[in-house]
Every structure is written in C-alpha cells, then in structure tokens.
Design a protein around this ligand. Structure first.
Ligand code: UN1
Length: 504
C-alpha cells in the first residue's frame, strides 16, 4: 500500500517485512484531533493476531542479518534517522499537536527528545559493549559482551508519541534486535511517520515492523507471541500488570513503565515564585498527561497560604485552546473517555471533602466544545489517603496537601504505590540532600518540577511504577540485550577452574 504524505484522512497500513499492508481482517479505526473531534487524521489498520503473526515472522527472518551488521553501521542508520527527524521537526511537531493535542512548543520538544535519542544511540554504536575480566588461570582470556535478545515487542503510549517510541526502538535496534512496534491507538500517524523515517534512513526490510490497532487485540497478540522474546511497555498500571503476568507465565523478559503520582515538596524556606512556576509547568504542562506530571503539591503549612494564593492566580490565567494557537497554554486531553475519567476524579475529590479551588469542569464555551477540554483543576485540603492523592489521574488536576515540616512532606510523598519522580524546593543545600536521600523514586529533582527528564540519564521508577528497568541513559541497552560470557583457553591443556589455580 502506498503511504500518502499529505495530511488529509487517508487509509494507512501496517509495516510488515518492508511493505505497507492493510490489516488481514480489513478493518480500520480512526485517529481524531482531540482539539476538534470532527477532524479525522486518518484511517488505520486494525491489527489482529494474524497481522502480529506476519510481523513477527518478518522480524524473525530479518533479525540474524541485522545482528551480523556491524554495530557502527547499525548506528549510522540511527544517525540518518536523527537527521531526518531534525529536518522534519516542524512538520512532525504540527502533526503531533493535531493528533495528540499538546501545544506546539511541547510537541517540538517531544520530537527533539527523539532527535536527542537518535544522536545519543548513534554515538553508542562505537562505544564498548562489554568488559574484559582477568582469569584465575594462565593463558586464558575472559570477556563478557552484550548480544541482542532477538525479536522484541515495543508497546508505547499516546502522551509522548515520538519520544517514547524513540526511547524504545532506537536502543532495541542499535543492539541488533528486530522490532515489532505497536503504538497507542490514539497516535498511530506520528508512529507511522517515525517508522517511515527509520526505513528511509536505511533499515533493512523486516527489521522494524509496525502494527497499529487496539491494546487488547494487536497488543495482547504481540505480548503472548512465543517468538517475541522481550516486551517493553509504557502505559497504565492495570495493563502493565496484565502484561507482566502473561510474560511471567511465558518466561519472557518484560520491562514496564507504569506512571506515577509525582509530588513537589515545598519547604518553608523555598523560593515561592520559583515553586509556583514549577508547579504550574509540572502540573499543567502537557495538560497533566505525563507519567512524570506533578499531581501533588506537598507544602509546608508556614507558606501554604502564600503559595496557594500565588498558584491560584496563575492557574486562573492559563488559557485553554488548540495547541496550534500560540496563545494556548493548555491543550485538550486525548479523548472523550479520558475527559470523563478526569471529571470522575473531580467528583471523587468533592466526595472525599477536598476543597475545589478552581476548575473541576469540562470547558465548553465557543470552539472548546468541539474538542476534549477540561479546566485546569486545583484541589486543596487534600489528605494523603484520599483517592485523588493516591491514584494517577493523567489530566490537569493537581492536589495541594499541607505538611507539618519537611520530614512530614517526605513521608507523605513516599506514601503512594508509585515511585517515578519527586521534587523538593528549598534554598538550603543540607535540607535538599536530606530529602534526596529519603525520597523513594527513580528520579528526584531539586528546585525543578517533576517533569523534564533528559535522554542521557536513566529513566524509570521504583515500587509500582515499574519492575526495575531503566530506559535511556547508560542503561538504555539493558532492556534489549543479553550478556554472553566467553572464556578462551589458549594454554593447550585442560585447566580446571577453582582447582588448578596453585592455591591449594
Ligand atoms: C512520560 O510522561 O511518559 O520527563 C515521559 C519528562 C519527559 C518524559 C515523560 N521528558 O517529563
């Protein structure tokens, strides 16, 4: 099937063995602009078990050749992909805003995160892939090296339609794996554009396969396919735990990134203006739809009134609208189901007797009625055990929780099942480090909000946020490689380890 480059609603296929093909079942689903639901971005193949079967077969066939391609040459493909992403950054950013809704500056940042990953991984292609370790025996050399796993499945969310696929696909490919990629059903077009770029950059047919569709159809088939040796998933805790159970039964590797209930701690000595800037960006940037979003503000009672007043004033001035309009601060939420879910949490907060300071309703005036807009929502007097302080809402809803002191704030911050990103605001270096040492999360920020991870550092969380893996950074290849240990005995005689060492 020919891949159209125009933006009008066309029908797009799956990428299987280097060809774009309609789903075997012939069904399609639509991707809509969340700022204007009547705008259809395209009709996409509704992949099923049969399409996954085709994609995995193509990956299995292509993987050995790709593994034998020298790593620096595999890296060249990523370098070219990075250059193509850079050339098309503006166009991709605009497309992302139309498909996912985030404001254009943020969409450009999302594409930039993909470019950064491409460059970083391209550089990794000439870095060491193992270690040489001394042997206890003479005339014997030992080393351990990373080798690919084989075929890996990458399942990505809609909130970072370019960055997260790049975090997964690029290290997986660099390591010499073949990939079957199942992007979120809300953002298939950005995923297709990325796949096209990787193909244009020189990936051989079958090394990357893309199947669009629904999680419980294409996604589930990918996870349970016996030839898929590892699964990398970013998404909800509920789905992640199902995937982990399936992978556990089948004995395959799985890495999970399942969100957070991230908090900003504001100490009594904090620079309040800086903290308010951070809370606004961390809480309402990307309309709160980041797994790193600052959804709890844990504020020392001594400064609570002042902080809250300043924040409320700023929240009241946030402008909702289409992300392509430069005047917009906060874009739509991804779909009408999420809109209802976010609103249901407002009801929960009220029932729990948290105090609603602002927002708490669907925005329907003028053009906003055409899309999925929710007013930036701020609750205060929130207690740590309330559901709105425990559950990931994934929308523009932020809770303020009072704390007696920094120790109390740390206790509250650690008191959820998640552990992705926590931030502390203080002017005192000793207090900052005191908190850093006690906060239970994969990422900690000092005097910066909980969002804004950079790709050259490990990304991931503790507790329910994941299962111990880290994406990006120096840990990027861990998810996608096995270790092979090699012993070479060139002594010409049998040497027994632990015995012929002359020590006993
Ligand atoms: C996510 O929300 O899943 O640190 C990823 C950040 C971004 C990545 C977020 N760089 O907020």
């Amino acid at each position: 099937m020919e891949q159209p480059s125009a933006l009008e609603a066309r029908t797009y296929g799956n990428l299987i063995g280097g060809e774009w093909r309609a789903a075997r079942g012939g069904d399609t689903f639509d991707s809509l602009n969340p700022a204007r639901r009547s705008e259809v971005l395209g009709h996409f193949a509704r992949g099923s078990t049969l399409d996954i079967e085709d994609a995995v077969s193509a990956a299995v066939a292509a993987q050995p050749g790709w593994q034998r391609t020298p790593m620096p040459l595999r890296a060249e493909v990523l370098a070219r992909a990075g250059r193509l992403l850079e050339e098309r950054k503006e166009e991709l950013g605009r497309l992302m805003t139309r498909e996912m809704g985030k404001v254009l500056t943020e969409a450009l940042g999302d594409v930039q995160e993909g470019i950064d990953m491409a460059k970083y991984m391209a550089g990794q292609g000439r870095m060491p892939v193992g270690e040489v370790v001394p042997s206890e025996l003479r005339d014997k050399r030992c080393f351990a090296e990373r080798v690919p796993i084989g075929v890996v499945g990458c399942i990505t969310p809609w909130n970072f339609p370019m960055a997260i696929p790049c975090w997964k696909l690029m290290p997986a490919l660099l390591a010499g794996n073949a990939v079957v990629f199942k992007p979120a059903e809300d953002t298939p077009l950005v995923a297709i554009r990325l796949a096209e770029i990787l193909v244009e950059a020189g990936l051989p047919p079958g090394v990357l396969n893309l199947v669009t569709g629904l999680g419980d159809e294409a996604g589930a088939a990918l996870v349970s396919h016996p030839r898929v040796r590892a699964v990398s998933f970013t998404g909800s805790m509920e789905v992640g735990n199902q995937i982990a159970a399936t992978c556990g039964k089948l004995g395959k590797r799985v890495s999970l990134e399942l969100g957070g209930k991230n908090a900003m701690l504001v100490a009594a000595d904090a620079d309040l203006e800086l903290a308010v800037d951070g809370a606004l960006w961390g809480g309402f940037g990307t309309t709160g739809q980041r797994c790193t979003a600052t959804s709890r503000l844990i504020v020392d009672r001594q400064v609570l009134g002042d902080f809250q007043e300043r924040l409320l004033d700023r929240v009241g001035r946030l402008r909702l609208g289409d992300g392509l309009d430069p005047a917009t601060d906060v874009g739509p939420v991804i779909n009408s189901k999420q809109l209802r879910r976010i609103h249901s949490y407002t009801e929960v907060g009220k029932q729990e007797s948290a105090r609603l300071l602002t927002g708490g309703e669907v925005a329907e005036e003028g053009e906003l009625s055409l899309g999925n807009f929710y007013r930036p929502t701020l609750f205060t007097d929130v207690r740590p055990e309330m559901r709105i302080a425990q559950e990931e809402i994934f929308g523009p809803t932020v809770s303020v929780l009072p704390a007696e002191d920094l120790a109390d704030a740390v206790r509250i911050a650690n008191g959820t099942r998640y552990g992705l990103s926590l931030a502390v605001y203080t002017r005192d270096l000793s207090r900052a480090f005191w908190a850093v040492d006690r906060l239970e999360s994969g990422i900690v920020y000092v005097n910066a909000p909980t969002i804004g991870a950079e790709i050259q550092l490990p990304f991931g969380g503790v507790k329910g946020t994941g299962n111990g893996h880290r994406e990006a950074g120096t840990t990027a290849l861990d998810e996608f490689t096995e270790w092979k240990t090699v012993y070479i005995d060139y002594s010409g005689r049998l040497q027994r380890a632990q015995i012929d060492t002359g020590q006993g």
